[in-house]
Design a protein. Sequence first.
Length: 206
Amino acid sequence: MNIILLGAPGAGKGTQAAYLVNKFAIPHISTGDIFRSNIKQRTEIGLIAKSYIDKGQLCPDDVTVKIVELRLANEDCKKGFLLDGFPRTVPQAEALSKITDIDYVIDIEIPFERLLHRLTGRRVCAKCGASYHVDFLNGKTTCDCGEELIHRDDDTEETVSKRINVYTQQTQPLIDYYRERGKLISVNGDQAVEAVFEEIVQKLGK
C-alpha cells in the first residue's frame, strides 16, 4: 500500500504515521530524514542537495524527486510505503506519478482554531524536551523531570497562524490534485488519537 500523509502543523500527523507504519508494516519515509541521510553518507545527490542547503536555498524539484526516487527503490518499499513531506507541490506530485503509483492520500483535517489552540498551548521542557499541553497541566509549570516548562517562541499565536496559513496555501492545490484523481481520503483530526486512526483504517478498507 503506497500512501501519502498530509496534515497541517499540530494535526497529529506524526502520531498517525507511527500507527500506520506499525499496522501495515511499511516504512515511514520523511523527506527530511532521507535528505539528512544522503548528506551524511556524502552520496552524489546528497552533495548536490547540500550545495543548495548551505546557501540557504530550497533544493530544486529535480533534486528532491531524485532523492525520493532512490529511496523508493530500496527493498523495504517493495510492499508499500508512507510518504511524509513529499510531494509538497503539484509539479512534485506529477513527477512522483512517473516513478510510482499512489494508492491513497490521507488528509488529516482540523479547524484553524483547534490547530491554533493545540500549538499555542504547547509547553516544552527546557532540559529533556518532553512536550505538554496547558489543558492537561492543571496549573503545573514543571516537567516530570523537575525542569521548568517553557513556551517556545515559535508557538506564539502570530507565528503559529503564519505557519498554518502557509501550509494551507501551499497544500490546497495538492489536495485538489489528488481529489480529482480519486486518491484523497479526508479524516476528522479533531477527535481522540485512536478515533482518528480508526477512521483512517475504516476508509482505507473501503
